[in-house]
Write a protein that binds this ligand. Structure first.
Ligand code: FES
Length: 209
């Protein structure tokens, strides 16, 4: 794997609240690698979205709510990626604890910047803050905290401030709206690009510079 490979880069995936409820998941694809971030009993974890049994894609939708369960033979996985529910295991698979651990899902990296959730295929490498730079990281974190409320879609105008980082493009309105567009990573189709419009809690809230 080359250092400049997309697999070594962080990509913005979603907002923290997209993964706030048990079984909530959001998926993407980086090159040929499908990824999933999922809330499993309150823990938010990221894996390659590929079953380790016969390599089926586990979640086919860009986002949703449902257990991390392979649609092919129905294996379900815990927050460590270990298959824990295997229908017909005694007759079809005969997997004991050690065999299940060997078939754990391949982990991916997940990091937060304020309320923004990022994922990376590689499990080793620079932190998200190192990749974005500490100034950009702090600005994004502050903005994401200051604009917690989703609302009606807004169309960025020419006098809005524009900030770019990783696959993110943010447009900040002078009067208090934040449009956040995440481009799909290279190799992913447009189903994996996402746009949200965020607003402060109140119209007179103090916003970060
Ligand atoms: S391919 Fe996933 S359970 Fe068999």
């Amino acid at each position: 794997m080359q250092n400049d490979s997309p697999e070594n880069r962080w990509f913005h995936l979603c907002m923290e609240d997209d993964l706030a409820t048990p079984n909530a998941f959001v998926t993407t694809r980086v090159g040929a690698v499908p990824l999933v971030a999922q809330n499993i009993k309150g823990r938010v974890v990221a894996f390659r979205n590929v079953c380790t049994h016969r390599f089926a894609v586990i979640h086919g939708e860009p986002a949703g709510c449902g257990p991390l369960r392979c649609p092919y033979h129905g294996w379900s996985f815990d927050a460590d990626g270990v298959p824990v529910g295997l229908p017909f295991n005694p007759t079809d698979f005969q997997l004991e604890a050690e065999g299940r651990r060997r078939l754990a899902l391949h982990p991916a990296s997940l990091a937060r910047c304020g309320r923004l959730v990022f994922v990376r295929v590689a499990t080793e490498g620079p932190s998200l803050e190192e990749e974005l730079g500490s100034g950009t990281f702090a600005r994004l974190a502050a903005l994401s905290d200051a604009f917690p409320r989703r609302g009606d879609a807004a169309e960025p105008a020419h006098d809005w401030e524009r900030i770019e980082a990783a696959n993110l493009r943010l447009h900040l309105a002078p009067d208090g709206a934040l449009v956040l567009h995440s481009a799909a990573p290279a190799g992913a189709d447009s189903r994996f690009s996402r746009t949200v419009t965020l607003y402060p809690i109140t119209a007179d809230a103090e916003l970060p510079a």
